[in-house]
Ligand binder design. Sequence first.
Ligand code: PEP
Ligand code: MN
Length: 262
Amino acid sequence: MYEKVKQFKGPLVFPDQQFTIIAGPCAVEDEEKLVELALFLKSHGITHLRAGAYKPRTSPYTFQGLEAKGLAILQRVKARTGIKIVTEIMDVNQIQTYVDNIDIIQVGARNMQNFALLKELGKIQKPILLKRGFGSTIEEWLYACEYLMNEGNDQIILCERGIKTFEPMTRNTLDISSVPIVKGITNLNVFVDPSHSSGRSDIVRPLARAAVAVGADGLMIEVHHNPALSLSDKDETIDFNEFVTLLKEVRTLATVMGKQIK
Ligand code: PEP
Ligand code: MN
């Protein structure tokens, strides 16, 4: 059984009464635009910017991220704005660089069962955002989490990002029920990513509202100054205006749920 997941008593990455939003473009692109975005987020009280330097793309022919250059941009954006950085790790040999430069290390859906990577990430003291695999059950997700905890790292945020179903109108199906189920099993932070869950910018906001209502501790949102120009995942990416509206709605609902938004 996933005993460590069940018995976790804290401290949490984000306090229980807090509702946290992690936001940013799918991928690191232009440095100046990312600085602008970071300042926009900070002006709305958002403390964590997320952008991928290394992108695990389904097709090898689509944009793979700026890779090392992207990581360097993230470091500079952090230095220039003071925003904290969340970005996805792809390989065990990146761990030291990420430990030195990144605030929260994301393990993506495609690597949720990369057990070699999980075991090594379990040995470090850095928060890990563990996304649910799109073909994984809740139990498999919790076992992946147990791999990290078994090695000593309990600074974990679980993130529901939708699963594959037969429904073609969305990129994935947001399994909203996983949130209260997981929260009934563990005290760890549970986030929802309505962007990858849906693949549709027009329903990110209602799904975000649902996430708050169902008891999530936070959201991960894809936002870009001009989504149409995004080099990846433009269909699910919202613009600044939509983000501000989302924030207003989420803030209201979070208060109802007894949480303070960050
Ligand atoms: C991402 O967050 O950019 C990403 C690739 O998500 P997922 O791993 O959930 O597909
Ligand atoms: Mn994306």
